[in-house]
Design a protein around this ligand. Structure first.
Ligand code: GS8
Length: 264
């Protein structure tokens, strides 16, 4: 029986899990959670994820939440059918994977998600003006993080060593969006970071995902122009029809994302 991922393709945390399933060639079912009806806060979903968030994961009787924990489970479960991305059999290498996964979660995501929300989500979807102070602070913060990455990646091909690991893959969901944005220079100006991203973006799992336009927000953004702004309220339905023809729930998911970041 195929495992189930409850989530949404516009959710970076859901995409993290889906990328791992794709890497391992696993059979899975993505069960869409409808934010527009509050399904993520409904008793059945709270039973899957007590924080009322996506993703949640089901494998028979086993229910999991938290995208990085789910991903590790997936990588262990399908170990024999894909690359060894956790290095469980090697104490030192697996420790390095843990180190860089923590860096991704604690340093990288904090800086990059704020840039994404301010410069992409807010103006494109809400007709808002980015808070330049937050952008400048976050760009500086991400730049400093990427300086550490540049130094690290001048010593080894990937973050945890000369082997691809989950620590690298875990960067894909947010980086995918920012390398296609006006802040791409943060990556392009650092040759080792640039080469590292190019290597990740050339993975068949990523290419398949990208070709199928499965990065939800990105596929919505492709239908917008960078300079065009949209008023989200009170035209919810129009936005849904024009921008989210392939998934109404994505709009509400964005709203919640903004709330989480204190923007609305
Ligand atoms: C974060 C999940 C999360 O923020 C993880 O799984 O890695 N640490 C968790 N999910 C968002 C969607 S964006 O990926 C979500 O479900 N937000 C709705 C809410 O917070 O109510």
């Amino acid at each position: 029986m195929a495992v189930k991922v409850y989530g949404a393709e516009m959710s970076t945390a859901t995409v993290r899990v889906l990328m791992c399933l794709e890497e391992m060639g696993a059979e899975y079912e993505l069960v869409p959670i409808d934010f527009s009806t509050g399904e993520h806060k409904s008793p059945p979903h709270l039973a899957r994820n007590p924080f009322g968030q996506v993703p949640a994961f089901e494998d028979g009787d086993l229910m999991l939440f938290e995208s990085r924990a789910i991903s590790r489970y997936v990588l262990r479960k399908y170990k024999s059918s894909g690359p060894d991305l956790l290095r469980d059999g090697n104490l030192e290498e697996s420790a390095m994977v843990d180190v860089w996964l923590e860096v991704e979660a604690q340093q990288y995501e904090k800086a990059i998600s704020a840039i994404y929300i301010e410069t992409v989500i807010k103006p494109v979807f809400f007709g808002g003006v980015p808070d330049e102070k937050v952008v400048a602070e976050s760009v500086e913060k991400l730049g400093k993080v990427l300086d550490v990455y540049e130094a690290r990646l001048s010593e080894s091909k990937y973050l945890a060593g000369d082997f691809l690991s989950f620590a690298d893959l875990s960067h894909i969901p947010y980086t995918h969006h920012i390398v296609a944005s006006p802040h791409a220079s943060l990556f392009e100006s650092r040759p080792h970071v640039k080469a590292w991203w190019e290597s990740l973006a050339s993975r068949p799992a990523y290419k398949k995902f990208e070709a199928l336009k499965r990065f939800g927000v990105c596929s919505a953004l492709e239908r917008c122009s960078w300079n065009k702004t949209f008023t989200f309220f009170p035209f919810k339905l129009e936005c849904r029809k024009t921008m989210f023809a392939d998934g109404v729930h994505k709009q509400l998911c964005l709203l919640l994302l903004l709330r989480r970041h204190g923007l609305r």
